[in-house]
Design a protein around this ligand. Structure first.
Ligand SMILES: [Zn+2]
Length: 310
């Protein structure tokens, strides 16, 4: 299998990769590895402070909240935690420092990332009625490289009214999507055979060209796009054309005149693979990690078979 990132990608956390010299079973194995096997960090344990506090001015604050603790813990779990594969964070059950410890003593800088949050509702004399608590309010106690990324700081967690406070410690650990969705690295993972577009009837295709549509990178959709050999091979342009063809497809009342003026042909053993990460990992890191997971699994399988027949 050969992998090549399609020109112009990744865009944000989304990516298109052209996989060639492969088949659908192999590509699907990569898809499944991305869903279930690629490790990433997510908040797995939260300690809430409960009780009544009095501040220096005598204002009484209570640890009550509109949302139950379980819901807040769940919302914390879904925040993308920056995961840096080369930092070598261990799974908590495989951590060399903690492996022999009792369950309640497990957890060290090598296997967990620690955050704290301490927010109070608006002051008694404040104008606003409530205050929103955001993911960005989490303070990293571990290394700063694990700070919640700017693009995720505005994820709302809950609101606090006057006289309320929220104080907690959150522990992020490494996990896999197969155990819980909070550890799922990527979403919207799909693949399709690579196609090339063919211009069969240039005259009839003018019904589409006259619509003045553009490709996602701003090129005019016209006969020029197809060039001398009357084909489009560029992966992005083919997908743009596919979308554009809905304008002349069934139900548009243009399909009769268009008369399949442009058709698509599948390229053998080639697939366009698309997905988007939640931002914990870059798409490249997630893809490479999926490959490593698959490689490790097949190496184990090979040695298991050897042992079985020994
Ligand atoms: Zn540890």
């Amino acid at each position: 299998m050969d992998a090549k990132i399609v020109d112009g990608w990744p865009q944000g956390n989304a990516i298109r990769i052209l996989l060639t010299n492969t088949d659908s079973a192999q590509v699907n194995a990569v898809r499944r590895a991305l869903i279930a096997d690629v490790p990433k960090l997510a908040i797995h344990k939260v300690n809430f402070t409960q009780g009544v506090n009095q501040d220096s001015k005598g204002e009484v604050l209570e640890s009550v909240n509109v949302l139950p603790d379980e819901i807040i813990a769940h919302r914390l779990a879904m925040i993308p935690i920056p995961t840096i594969p080369e930092e070598g964070i261990h799974f908590s059950d495989q951590c060399p420092n903690c492996i022999d410890l009792a369950e309640e003593h497990k957890g060290c800088p090598s296997c967990q990332v620690l955050y704290s949050l301490n927010i109070q509702g608006p002051k008694a004399d404040a104008e606003e009625e409530y205050k929103t608590v955001y993911a960005g309010d989490l303070t990293t106690i571990s290394d700063q490289m694990f700070d919640i990324r700017d693009e995720h700081k505005r994820i709302p967690l809950t609101i606090l009214s006057k006289g309320q406070f929220l104080e907690l410690y959150a522990f992020a650990t490494l996990g896999r999507g197969r155990d819980h969705a909070k550890w799922a690295t990527a979403a919207a993972i799909g693949f399709r055979p690579q196609q090339i577009a063919k211009l069969n009837k240039p005259k009839k295709a003018s019904i589409l060209f006259d619509l003045d549509l553009k490709t996602s990178d701003g090129k005019q959709i016209d006969a020029k796009l197809f060039g001398k050999d009357k084909t489009v091979t560029d992966v992005n342009h083919v997908m743009d054309l596919e979308a554009a063809l809905h304008q002349v497809g069934p139900g548009t009342n243009r399909d009769g005149d268009f008369d399949d003026a442009i058709t698509f042909e599948e390229v053998e053993n080639a697939y366009v693979f698309t997905f988007e990460t939640d931002g914990s990992l870059t798409p490249e890191q997630a893809f490479n990690s999926a490959m490593d997971e698959l490689k490790a699994r097949f190496e184990n399988l090979a040695s298991d078979i050897e042992r079985a027949f020994a």
